[in-house]
Design a protein around this ligand. Structure first.
Ligand code: PLP
Length: 388
């Protein structure tokens, strides 16, 4: 049941249930101004600092001068340009895939993949902690959903086996989990998918750009080709610092998306200038590996210090470093207390994470300074001593 107007006052008073949007008044960088206050942000997915990279900004401006600001149509009618197609070719090349296809955003890419690749009666086997878009996408299919225990290859294999081999199945995982920061056992999952004759989809929104020799993400770092991971999806809104998403894979599978995916067909194509900017971001992902090294140094430093301080960390080696609190109220109180010390780190509450698993989701960026991290660590150690 949807809350009616009459139930609003009750909702507002149950502090943990109501979400509010904070208004940021500065660009996407670690030092932000939120509602008039200067804070250090640990809340952005701009892991490599590319959202404000001068070359990416310049590419966007030049793209707008050349192409105008909008695409003017859906991709199958008039919105597809050489700027889009050059980016698609560069992505396919970089990832060793036949083809890549651009989408408006990751949410719609996931809707598209499941809607077009799951026929009636097919089983969709998903990690329990997969992103909401992957679960929402199931509703666009006539398939059956089965969930496996987070990261558990044996359970995934069991669920795949239970879905009659005849109907086929799709196995779906994130590469790096967005709320926990841990990595999926991709090589093993690829193996069980293949053994079960299932297609394998990896959503690498939080891995792309961050691992692999040239930043090809968790799939690239595990050296999994398109036979192992036929559907590789990732977004540009995180490490690339721009906006949009793509799916890469064998030509025949990409063509199914073009022909059948409704969230691909019935929407306006990305602005070509954005494709130009994203292409520049890709060059920086490949050509500026020092951003990746710096980020990994930040993660190592943060974890080393946090361990010494006995902070309740999760086992994550990615820039997503959850500080596990448990109660939603306490997580919110901690977030507020951090804010009064000049740190912006919103609490992540149920239903985004399971009940009793509220947390701060600390997100580290290559552009944080050592003193930003020290400031955060000091505040956390004061505010969040483990209870005796
Ligand atoms: C952010 C995210 C998405 C959605 O991508 P958008 O481009 O922001 O719509 C999908 N999957 C995962 C795992 C994400 O983290």
């Amino acid at each position: 049941m949807r809350p009616g107007i009459e139930s609003l006052p009750r909702l507002v008073s149950s502090a943990a249930g109501v979400r509010i949007r904070r208004v940021r008044e500065s660009s996407c960088q670690p030092a932000v101004v939120v509602e008039g206050r200067r804070l250090i942000s640990f809340a952005s997915n701009d892991y490599l600092g590319l959202a404000t990279h001068p070359a990416v900004i310049e590419a966007w401006s030049a793209g707008a001068r050349q192409w105008g600001v909008g695409s003017g149509g859906s991709t199958l009618l008039s919105g597809h340009t050489s700027a889009h197609s050059e980016l698609e070719d560069a992505l396919a090349d970089w990832l060793g895939r036949d083809r890549a296809l651009l989408f408006s955003n990751g949410y719609m890419a996931n809707l598209s993949i499941l809607q077009s690749h799951c026929h009636r009666g097919q089983t969709i086997v998903q990690d329990r902690r997969n992103h909401a878009s992957l679960y929402d996408a199931v509703r666009l299919t006539r398939g059956h959903l089965r969930r496996y225990v987070h990261g558990d290859v044996l359970d995934a294999a069991r669920q795949l086996k239970r879905s009659a081999m005849a109907t086929g199945a799709l196995l779906v995982t994130e590469g790096v989990f967005s709320m926990d920061g841990d990595q999926a056992p991709l090589a093993e999952l690829a193996r069980v998918a293949r053994a079960a004759g299932a297609r394998f989809l990896v959503d690498d929104a939080h891995g792309i750009g961050l691992s692999g020799d040239e930043g090809q993400g968790t799939v690239g770092a595990c050296r999994l080709g398109q036979d192992d991971v036929p559907l590789l999806m990732a977004t540009f809104g995180k490490a690339f610092g721009t906006y949009g998403a793509f799916v890469a894979g064998p030509a025949a599978l990409i063509e199914i998306l073009v022909q059948q995916a409704r969230p691909f067909r019935y929407t306006t194509a990305l602005p070509p200038a954005l494709a130009v900017a994203t292409h520049e971001a890709l060059r920086r992902v490949i050509g500026e590996p020092e951003r990746r090294s710096r980020l990994h140094e930040q993660v190592d430093y943060f974890r080393r210090c946090a361990r010494e301080l006995d902070l309740p960390l999760a086992s994550s080696s990615s820039p997503i470093q959850p500080v596990l609190i448990g109660s939603a109220e306490e997580a919110q109180m901690l977030s507020k207390a951090l804010e009064s010390r000049g740190i912006y780190a919103p609490a992540i509450l149920p239903p985004t994470v399971p009940h009793g698993k509220a947390r701060l989701r600390i997100s580290l960026n290559a552009s944080h300074s050592r003193s930003d991290l020290d400031h955060l660590l000091e505040a956390l150690s004061d505010l969040c001593r483990p209870r005796a």
